[in-house]
Write a protein that binds this ligand. Structure first.
Ligand code: KIV
Length: 272
């Protein structure tokens, strides 16, 4: 069997030029990362959504740098082909470019990932510049930036008014000019997503940003239906793993889902 070609930032750039769509999903552990990689995913994002779906917090703010490095190094051990991008957690790059540099160096050195991602435009440009000087590829993230949820107040669609849309376009150009290899656009009008993708040379990956961008990203636990309480309009569920897993556990234990443990059958076991 041929060894699959490793995805690099250059490969992603070529994909944009050829009009090939880029597929990106999140993963936080070895087993899922290995499955995604074998299934041909182009980019695996070790998202700070780990704070929600792995740790059970109600925002992305609490997760720490050490925790992100733990998730990222587990993912890297499962991957041969995909580009592995790691979210820089809240508080490790905003307002202090030296700290941004040392945090990103720790991520790269201790996890073996290929790139980092951070949220924001002009206000984090100094951090982006400094990280890039160390030769670390940076992915931007504009639109709904969950680390700023306390500033926004809600998770509604961003950049619907012209002033915010203009700032987003300006920020996207600044990030490209600084040297970011790609940008994620989250929850913005489809027309704006298409405009940014047309104006910029680097690949634009959307999540709730319409179909006229260069690739799509989803949170793995949402698209597999492991999480059920989160249902934004853009989210397509490809599976209902939540029911399947609970059904399997019920088959094993003989208990009703959610009910008081009332065994109706024996726990299946095979002896030697
Ligand atoms: O943390 C994450 O999962 C993300 C995606 C929503 C893009 O940043």
């Amino acid at each position: 069997m041929n060894t699959p070609r490793k995805i690099t930032t250059h490969v992603l750039q070529e994909m944009k030029l050829k009009g090939e769509k880029i597929a990106m999903l999140t993963a936080y552990d070895f087993s899922f990362a290995r499955l995604l990689d074998r299934a041909g995913i182009d980019i695996i994002l070790v998202g700070d959504s780990a704070s929600n779906v792995m740790a059970g917090y109600d925002s992305t703010l609490p997760i720490t740098l050490n925790e992100m490095i733990y998730h990222a190094s587990s993912v890297v051990r499962g991957v041969n082909r995909a580009l592995v991008v790691v979210d820089m957690p809240f508080g490790t790059y905003q307002g202090n470019s030296k700290e941004a540099l040392s945090s990103s160096i720790r991520i790269m050195k201790e996890s073996g990932a290929d790139a980092v991602k951070l949220e924001g435009g002009k206000e984090v440009l100094e951090s982006v510049d400094r990280i890039l000087t160390a030769g670390i590829p940076v992915m931007g993230h504009l639109g709904l930036t969950p680390q700023s949820i306390h500033k926004f107040g809600t998770y509604v669609v961003r950049a619907t008014d012209p002033k915010e849309a203009d700032k987003l376009i300006e920020d996207a150009h600044l990030l490209e000019k600084a040297g970011c290899f790609s940008i994620v656009l989250e929850k913005i009008p489809a027309k704006l997503g298409a405009q940014v993708s047309n104006e910029l040379k680097i690949p634009i990956i959307g999540i709730g940003a319409g179909s006229q961008v260069d690739g799509q990203v989803l949170v793995l636990h949402d698209m597999l239906g492991i999480t059920t309480e989160f249902s934004p309009r853009f989210l397509r569920r490809y599976h209902n793993l939540s029911d399947e897993i609970q059904g399997s556990v019920k088959a094993y234990t003989g208990c009703e889902i959610g009910g008081f443990p009332k065994r109706t059958g024996a726990i299946l076991a095979i002896g030697y």
